[in-house]
Design a protein around this ligand. Structure first.
Ligand code: G16
Length: 541
């Protein structure tokens, strides 16, 4: 029996860069999650008889929201729900399941790399039938609906999320599926597992930090069981509701233990980590950290060594703040390079239209047209495939790459939890100063151009404005300023710093030293200390 509950709108249910992310306590308010999910169902394109996929990263509050989402799907006319066992589905696995089973969409319950637990973060993201995050037109429609919503609906029912099998809620079928099997099968199709297995037997070693997040079960199955890496290769492989009290963010701050191992004499050939929901990746070779921007470029340059990409790439796409390292690879390969705003959702149309095969972002995301999300384990497996086929260590692949294409020294400085009004004032002042910047010098750096990045989607023509401030220098260096769209506390200012050295330039220097004059210029241009009182970033990646 369908039950209808009257409700009133909540302020601020506006999806950010990647879905609606708020504190758990906010989501625990009566009707809060229900209003948002009902708004999704009210605006989503879902023909009669549609299937909905539901899964999450296992964080605190996951099971509560999944149980309610199933009851609401039953009342809203879905014919079938596919849900991962234990409520688990990594973001790329959810994308694959949506595509493989022809679902009209999916709810992914995750706040990605943000911490979990009763006082931490939660999130809900809606993905569309292509398996990718809802584009802006859809998220805007969802937001508009949250502002007028006056009822939500459910059919009472109970599903044992821990038991694989089929049950019924009202007229709707609920299938609890193995969260790993379909995804692992897809990875076997893309990569040369035989070559990797042979290399492992020959001594190829790795350490994978699952950060007590969703990739644990996937990594145990694929790396240890299917590829033959010894038990213990996967660290922190048990998903925990609070990620063991850590940030499941695979960067040099939160994956410090892995970084220290990789810089030690005992380092394996490859160190890798993934985030809360399994879509990000961190790549560290023995003694060498590979920035996400460089990883994108190196993967694109070597992708032909994996069976799925042996025929070549159709194009490469990167977000605007990501370094231009991939641009040089695209040029050498004679394929297009697409520069999009931050957010994986902007890659969807390019992938669907066959304009790009590989995409990547500075925020530790890389992926391909095999799904419509970034994919942490995919990146790790492509690196393993390349290491296995070439027999070269990561450091050699990197140094040969820079010797051929030049090197983009790169770092991102994050100033977290700034008061929102202060962050907005900083950005407003920066925007107001843009037209006067060209020609000005900061130390040895002279500004050649400064603008706000705007984007017109080459496939559907949709426009996105104010996607970050770019300050370009005559020498080819660049600083980008933007506010994060994924935080849950105040505002986070991101400052992206990039300096290019040509193949005959200084290729083996330390990044902080190479970026020192850009860091000083960023302060002079944006007045970060004056606006925020901060004299140093909270996180440098
Ligand atoms: C999300 C998006 C990414 C984006 C990242 C950072 O990643 O999916 O496309 O690059 O946030 O966004 P921002 O700079 O606005 O915080 P995830 O892994 O959090 O879903």
């Amino acid at each position: 029996m369908i039950q209808t509950f009257p409700t009133t709108p909540f302020d601020g249910q506006k999806p950010g860069t990647s879905g609606l992310r708020k504190k758990v306590r906010v989501f625990q308010q009566p009707d809060y999650a229900e209003n948002f999910i009902q708004s999704v169902f009210d605006v989503a394109e879902r023909p009669a008889g549609s299937t909905l996929v539901i899964g999450g990263d296992g964080r605190f509050h996951n099971r509560t929201v999944i149980a309610r989402a199933i009851e609401m799907a039953a009342a809203n006319g879905y014919a079938r729900v596919l849900v991962g066992q234990g409520g688990i589905l990594s973001t790329p696995a959810a994308s694959h399941v949506i595509r493989k089973y022809g679902a009209s969409g999916g709810l992914i319950l995750s706040a990605s790399h943000n911490p979990g637990g009763p006082d931490e973060d939660f999130g809900i993201k809606y993905n569309i039938a292509n398996g990718g995050p809802a584009p802006e037109a859809v998220t805007e429609a969802i937001y508009a609906r949250t502002q007028t919503i006056d009822r939500w609906m459910m059919v009472e029912g109970e599903v044992d999320l821990d038991r694989i099998g089929t049950s019924q809620v009202g007229d709707m079928v609920v299938e609890v599926i193995d969260p790993v099997a379909d995804y692992a099968e897809l990875m076997e199709e893309l990569f040369d597992f035989d070559a990797i297995r042979t290399a492992v037997r020959g001594g190829l070693s790795m350490a994978f930090d699952a950060m007590h997040a969703v990739t644990g079960p996937y990594a145990h199955e694929i790396l240890e069981r299917r590829l033959g890496f010894p038990a213990g290769t996967v660290h922190n492989g048990q998903p925990l509701e609070d990620f063991g009290g850590h940030h499941p963010d695979p960067n040099l701050v939160h994956a410090r233990v892995l970084y220290d191992l990789m810089m030690s004499d005992d380092a394996p050939a490859l160190g890798a980590a993934s985030d809360g929901d399994g879509d990000r990746n961190l790549i560290i070779g023995k003694g060498v950290f590979i920035t996400p921007s460089d990883s994108l470029a190196m993967l694109a340059a070597n992708a032909h060594l994996a069976p799925a990409y042996a025929g070549g790439l159709k194009g490469i796409a990167r977000s605007m703040p990501t370094s231009a390292a991939a641009d040089r690879v695209a040029e050498a390969l004679g394929i297009p390079l697409w520069e999009t705003p931050t957010g994986w959702k902007f890659f969807g149309t390019l992938l669907d239209a066959g304009k790009a095969t590989i995409c990547g972002e500075e925020s530790a995301g890389t992926g391909s047209d095999h799904v419509r999300e970034k994919d942490g384990l995919w990146a790790v497996l492509l690196w393993l495939n390349i290491l296995a086929v070439t027999g070269k260590p990561v450091a050699q692949i990197a140094s040969e790459h820079w010797a051929r294409f030049g090197r983009n020294y790169y770092a991102r400085h994050d100033y977290e939890a700034i008061a929102t009004d202060k962050a907005n004032a900083l950005m407003a002042a920066l925007e107001a100063s843009l037209s006067g910047l060209p020609g000005q010098s900061f130390g040895a750096l002279t500004v050649s151009a400064a603008d706000q990045f705007a984007y017109t989607d080459p496939v559907d023509g949709s426009e996105s404005h104010k996607q970050g401030v770019r300050v370009m220098f005559a020498c080819g260096s660049r600083i980008v300023f933007r506010l994060s769209g994924t935080g849950t506390e105040g505002a986070t200012l991101r400052v992206y710093l990039e300096r290019y050295e040509a193949p005959d330039g200084r290729l083996a220097e330390e990044t902080p030293a190479m970026l020192a004059d850009l860091i000083a210029a960023a302060e002079a241009i944006a007045g970060i200390a004056a606006h925020t009182g901060r004299t140093a970033p909270d996180v440098v990646t």
